[in-house]
Design a binder for this molecule. Structure first.
Ligand code: DAH
Length: 338
């Protein structure tokens, strides 16, 4: 009997000291398992003299029930503690709203749309061509000779298929449009172009917008008017524009277009290299060779074309002096355009 008493007090103490469910299960096995101390004590009932058996049996059963109750209570308490611990460490406040998750258009997209919108307003259609282009359309049909430096592997990305490359300008869309459709043509072609350039003012991928007008009377004065009107609308001011004689294989005559530096107001700065002028596009009368290569009758039709760099115009429009910020995806930069 006194053994039972000390068994009880030892068991209850161990139960109350158990810190984990694992430990508690060990205590349970020690006392109530198949070979547990209480189980053994129950088995010993046969060895007890008959007159004491009743009393002994009652006591052992009481002990067993008391331990079962204590174990159950302790188990619940430990489980509750574990849940509380998990809640405290894994808790997340799902009600906190995320700040500013609404996206916005990229400044290059904004600039592209702005350019295209001005030309749409002047009755131009919008054309597109593939970025993986035929070498024939990108160079040959534009009268760019086989030994021209632009064709060099150093300057152009070629792809693993004979006769194809990543287009180096949007001018091949001129070819595609004339092959596809009869004049009159009055189109712009926005898109990505690729060159093996990578420095603070050049990115290996950038954007251009090409323009082409082919009809019976298109001449240099029409071209000048269209470009001047475009620049006025794009920059929303009547800025100084000049046409400088230049050369492109696919136009004759050719010109480069400068605008008065919008950064310094023509006083001369780092961006305009002290000249007060900024080059913004190339243009010219489409070379008869190009028209004829596309099946356009040069006795009936003539045309002009122009091509501009979108990053350049975006930098001038928004006052940005580094082309790289367009491709770094720094949200602090991008958010300024939302
Ligand atoms: N394709 C030329 C370039 O990437 C730009 C250009 C110049 C396009 C004159 C034209 C043009 O249509 O007439 O440098």
């Amino acid at each position: 009997m006194s053994d039972l008493e000390s068994l009880r007090s030892k068991a209850l103490e161990e139960i109350s000291k158990a810190e984990t469910l694992q430990k508690l299960h060990e205590v349970k096995a020690k006392y109530l398992g198949r070979k547990g101390l209480v189980t053994e004590a129950l088995k010993r009932i046969r060895e007890i003299p008959p007159e004491e058996r009743r009393n002994y049996g009652k006591k052992v059963n009481e002990l067993k029930e008391a331990l079962e109750t204590a174990l159950r209570e302790k188990e619940e308490a430990l489980k509750k503690k574990e849940v509380e611990k998990a809640l405290a460490s894994e808790w997340e406040d799902l009600t906190v709203p995320l700040e500013n998750t609404v996206g916005s258009l990229h400044p290059i997209t904004l600039t592209l749309r702005r350019i295209v919108d001005v030309f749409r307003g002047m009755g131009f259609t919008v054309e597109e061509g593939p970025e993986i282009e035929l070498e024939e359309y990108n160079f040959d049909m534009l009268r760019i000779p086989p030994d021209h430096p632009a064709r060099d592997m150093q300057d152009t990305f070629y792809v693993n298929k004979e006769g194809y490359l990543l287009r180096t300008h949007t001018s091949p869309v001129q070819i595609r449009t004339m092959l596809k459709r009869k004049p009159p043509i009055q189109m712009v072609a926005p898109g990505k172009v690729y060159r093996r350039d990578d420095d603070p003012t050049h990115s290996p991928m950038f954007h251009q917008v090409e323009g082409l007008v082919v009809n019976e009377t298109a001449n240099f004065r029409h071209m000048k008017y269209v470009i001047e009107e475009f620049l006025k609308e794009f920059f929303e001011t009547d800025l100084p524009v000049r046409f400088r004689a230049s050369f492109f294989p696919f136009t004759e005559p050719s010109a480069e277009v400068d605008i008065g530096c919008v950064i310094c107001g023509m006083k001369g700065c780092r961006v305009c290299k002290g000249t007060g002028w900024l080059e913004v596009m190339g243009c010219g009368m489409v070379h008869p060779y190009v028209l004829e290569a596309c099946g356009v009758d040069t006795d009936l039709y003539q045309g002009f074309a122009f091509g501009m760099g979108v990053e350049r115009l975006a930098m001038l429009l928004f006052g940005i002096d580094n082309i790289k910020v367009f491709y770094e995806n720094d949200v602090r930069f991008l958010r300024q355009f939302s």
